[in-house]
Design a protein around this ligand. Structure first.
Ligand code: MG
Ligand code: MG
Length: 259
């Protein structure tokens, strides 16, 4: 496989498989979001993921990855990423829940995330989720040849900071392909003294994923070794798309129409 500065450049066939993997991922996320309501256990969403993976004949990408026990990362309120689904955790009116999911289709990976609102949610939480999604789309718009990697980071950072939100620094976006996590890492901020990032080229496939919080950027990992909570126990949100860079800009792969 061709590489530029350590980043794989995908060919048409590989992009087509990534389109399909991410399309299936998006279809599953649609179904998860459609089932969000107060009173349901978060394990419901894991069950839906598992069943839909079987129907599509694909493997969940996260289950077993680094030992993660589930197909779905289901992160409620102050959990930003890597939450475990649970039959004992019942969604309540006013919660926000982030679903992060991926599948493997013929050896290629999907990866996408969305934050959903449960019933009547506070203005603060709505604003957080809306701005995080806006940051995702600003990052995607910056993902084009002629820009370098940190143009994506800068676009996300500028909007998040203008809106008074905190950027989680511990977790970053990534290249995606035959592996779930490939080079480059894509921070949601421009690192101090980073210099120029990798120039973006057609054929790069990137998972861009802003993670923002209302009160702090500081995260703590629970004793399960995975669940990443905001230290101040306030809301966090997560939106992610996998995109391919073309000569004229980025195409979102994680759209249900690609399934
Ligand atoms: Mg993800
Ligand atoms: Mg990802």
């Amino acid at each position: 496989m061709k590489k530029f500065r350590g980043v794989f450049i995908k060919n048409e066939r590989e992009i087509e498989l990534l389109r399909k993997a991410n399309g299936i991922t998006a279809r599953i996320l649609d179904e998860l979001v459609a089932n969000v309501r107060p009173g349901v256990p978060t394990m419901l969403f894991e069950d839906i993921c598992q069943q839909m993976c079987r129907e599509y004949g694909v493997k969940p990408a996260f289950q077993g990855y680094g030992g993660f026990p589930y197909a779905l990362c289901c992160s409620v309120n102050e959990t930003v990423v890597h939450g475990f689904p649970s039959k004992d955790h019942i969604l309540a009116d006013g919660d926000i829940v982030s679903f992060d999911m991926g599948v493997v289709y013929e050896g290629f990976h999907g990866d996408s995330a969305r934050t959903a609102l449960v019933g009547e949610v506070s203005e603060e939480a709505k604003h957080l989720s809306r701005v995080t999604e806006e940051c995702l789309h600003l990052g995607i718009a910056a993902a084009r040849p002629g820009n370098d990697l940190y143009a994506i980071s800068a676009a996300v950072q500028r909007h998040a900071e203008e809106e008074g939100l905190h950027i989680i620094r511990r977790f970053v976006g990534h290249g995606i392909g035959a592996r779930l996590h490939e080079k480059p890492e894509i921070p949601n901020f421009v690192p101090e003294g980073a210099g120029e990032g990798v120039p973006l080229k057609a054929g790069m496939v990137l998972a861009i994923e802003p993670m923002l919080a209302v009160g702090t950027h500081e995260v703590e990992i629970l004793s399960d070794g995975w669940t990443a909570n905001m230290r101040d126990k306030k809301y966090a949100a997560h939106w992610e798309h996998s995109v391919v860079i073309h000569a004229d800009g980025a195409e979102i792969l994680s759209l249900a129409s690609n399934a």
